[in-house]
Design a protein around this ligand. Sequence first.
Ligand code: NAD
Length: 349
Amino acid sequence: MQYKTINVSASRCYDIHIGQGLLAKLGEFIRPLLGECRLAVLTDSNVDTLYGSAIMDNLAGSGYDACKYVIPAGEASKCADNLLAFLNFLAQEQITRKDAVIAFGGGVVGDLGGLSASLYLRGIKYVQVPTTLLAAVDSSVGGKTAIDIPAGKNLVGSFYQPTLVCCDTALMDTLPKDIYRDGCAEVIKYGMILDSALYDKLQSLPFNRDEVVARCVEIKRDVVQQDEFDNGVRGLLNFGHTFGHAIEKLSDFGVSHGEAVAKGMVIASRIAPLCGLCDVAAELSQLLEIYGFDISCEYGADEIFDALLSDKKRRGGTISVVLPRAIGDCALVDVELGELHALLVKVMG
Ligand SMILES: NC(=O)c1ccc[n+]([C@@H]2O[C@H](COP(=O)([O-])OP(=O)(O)OC[C@H]3O[C@@H](n4cnc5c(N)ncnc54)[C@H](O)[C@@H]3O)[C@@H](O)[C@H]2O)c1
């Protein structure tokens, strides 16, 4: 079986294996890292239906005693109730410090599983087995874990790196089209912020999934290694997200994350030339439309501005936004809030 391994060197060093059919090698990958131990698999209802027995059979076949906890599919599951329920499950199963959690699913399972592992017994090891494109290129890499609370998304979490990421790209064959496309928005983001060659490759569909996932993971790895705790360059990964989060919020999450990020990247690209940077908005819009994204924005400047005032990237009177200098080269720019409002009025009316 052919696969690629990318090594991350952060507060914990770990390998990310990427390839078709890798779920069949999960136990084999885990053995040298964890030795004899018990494994607690966290997954969601959809992934469990499709692949629950495959993962449990693989772990049993590799000699592991594994237990499984299934949460309902969907963002609403990334909540405090499920965090506590899963922690309680780990205790009931008598999971100890030498045991580990396996987060088997998309970003919801990955974030909840990672946070649970960071808290249980003050921290046990965990393995990410991403099953969505977004989780493969983004949430399973870099150690950000979180749950949502009523005051906002991802407001409670930790930086806690996994021990291993095992990404079986064949699992994405069963993703609903819109979920796969949400991941494509993040892939296009990587091309825009740091890699024009990747961006060019994305012009022809379908792209080579293994190659593209591996390149995105390398880009994220490089950024995380420079700024694990998100105090600087990691902010580049927010390209399109500041405006995207505002759109998600205004739509009461009716607009999907990927579509909101696509719209947000276009808004940022329209602002860039007004700040003396290049104008790639038309080119980017064209690519996003090839992927089927609706890049129009039904909200006006005032609404977007009000919604982004609570953004985590806001620092007093300024907010950090990511603007393109060229395709494959973005910059973090601190913009004074009044100026940002004026820029939004100019590009959105
Ligand atoms: N930690 C990070 O760095 C980071 C980065 C980006 C996003 N996130 C988080 O990730 C979450 C979004 O992740 P997501 O888009 O993967 O959502 P998700 O986990 O909700 O998965 C989307 C849907 O796809 C289904 N699914 C998963 N794998 C499947 C498969 N192989 N076949 C068929 N269906 C499958 C799920 O059941 C779910 O219904 C958000 O909570 C976001 O905050 C975290």
